[in-house]
Ligand binder design. Structure first.
Ligand code: ACO
Length: 379
């Protein structure tokens, strides 16, 4: 039996995996920068297309560079007929399972699949950003027995996503809301899904494989799945006056309130305020203020947890926005995935730039050197 003692870092808490130029996160201050730019400036002044360029190329684009990226995104919104068939065959599954399966299937039709050069990875990352939107919308419609809607090349990425879902061009406010949501979700350091993507890339597998890994990892309720859980919770609460009792019940049973807490942020997640303000305005505009009121009441009920560094995270208000936009709850995580594709791509680019196989150790604590007993002799 090994007797050497080791320092275990369960959950890799507080472990720096590598250096990065992607994003800076100060969990104590609640500060987030993408490539040096504050998330507040990007959310208020930028567009998802600009942010995608910033993440993939390292600086904000000039007009010509932005136009080129926009044209690339627009020209890659189609998916092969075979992938529509995959979507149809799997349409009864959760949209995250369908997205993961369809992105995996896309690898078989992408001529660049094995191209791990920086240009190849960027090209595929942009293509997958566009194609993932098409997949999510085609599945949304297929499960209602409706045909897919062809993309509208005059629309931005966010507006076209809503258009391909509903067949109606969204108004400016809705398109902006979706755009901001994509910006806020675009990149976030070594979060679980990006880390998982980096592990896949570290074996020198390709971007499709890494993004399939990312999608699979994002699905869980401790990560991207929280937005779906938050809105289910709000529906269950039903009335702001019931929020406190609900929180007491869950916390008393050692449960967790979804949309609170974060591995890195011990202050409020800086992304949350943009979604809170927008959720409030949208709820008022639509005459449905009760959802934000329920969420506000939950924030109040969780006040004692602030001293322990447990605040709202990005997922807390995201769900209420999607809900008010009449988007079904099981699409909340795919929408997060859609925003995150540039971030996953950047993480893979960084991993490839200075690759090292990511392969930690597990400290063995099981029995040693047992005698093998033939099956006939076992009790
Ligand atoms: N509600 C109640 N208690 C909580 C919550 C919560 N949402 N989050 C953490 N805690 C408590 C834990 O019970 C634990 O208490 P204990 O020390 O008494 O046992 C303590 O805070 C530390 O929790 P850990 O899980 O060890 O902390 P970690 O940093 O690993 O947790 C996590 C991060 C998983 C996100 C956690 O806060 C959580 O489960 N939140 C709810 C799910 C959620 O909202 N996930 C989305 C995260 S954001 C994103 O992925 C985009």
């Amino acid at each position: 039996m090994a007797t050497r003692s080791v320092e275990l870092k369960r959950g890799l808490k507080d472990v720096y995996l590598d250096r990065t130029q992607a994003s800076f996160i100060d969990g104590t201050e609640g500060k987030l920068l993408y490539r040096g730019y504050n998330i507040h400036d990007l959310a208020e002044k930028s567009t998802f297309e600009e942010v995608a360029y910033l993440l993939l190329y390292g600086s904000l684009p000039n007009q010509e560079q932005l136009d080129e990226l926009d044209a690339t995104l627009k020209s890659t919104r189609t998916i092969p007929e075979e992938v529509y068939r995959v979507i149809d065959l799997t349409k009864d599954g959760h949209p995250m399972d369908v997205l993961r399966t369809a992105v995996s299937a896309l690898a078989s039709f992408d001529p660049d699949v094995e191209d791990n050069t920086a240009d190849g990875v960027r090209r595929k990352g942009l293509r997958l950003t566009s194609q993932a939107a098409t997949i999510i919308c085609a599945h949304y419609r297929a499960r209602q027995g409706l045909p897919p809607i062809a993309p509208d090349q005059s629309l931005s990425h966010a507006a076209n996503f809503l258009y391909m879902m509903r067949g109606v061009v969204p108004d400016e406010d809705e398109a902006k809301l979706m755009d901001v949501d994509f910006i806020l979700h675009a990149e976030h350091g070594a979060n679980a899904s990006s880390f998982a993507s980096r592990v896949t890339a570290s074996t020198l597998a390709d971007l499709h494989a890494a993004i399939v890994t990312g999608i699979g990892t994002l699905k869980g309720p401790l990560h991207g799945g929280a937005a779906e859980s938050v809105m289910k919770m709000a529906e269950e609460i039903g009335d702001p006056a019931e929020a406190e009792a609900y929180a007491k019940r869950v916390l008393g049973g050692h449960g967790r309130i979804m949309g609170f807490g974060h591995r890195v942020y011990k202050a409020e997640d800086p992304r949350a305020q943009h979604l809170r303000d927008r959720s409030r305005s949208l709820g008022e505009k639509l005459g449905q203020p009760q959802w934000i009121q329920i969420l506000d009441a939950l924030v109040e009920a969780m006040a004692p947890y602030r001293a322990r560094g447990i605040h709202v995270n990005v997922d807390f208000f995201a769900g209420s926005i999607y809900y008010l936009m009449d988007i079904p709850e099981d699409l909340f995580i795919p929408i997060f995935a859609l925003g995150r594709i540039p971030g996953w791509t950047l993480q893979v680019l960084e991993q490839f730039e200075n690759n090292i196989l990511i392969r930690p150790l597990l400290w063995y604590e099981g029995p040693m050197d047992l005698e093998y007993v033939p099956i006939e002799a076992r009790a």
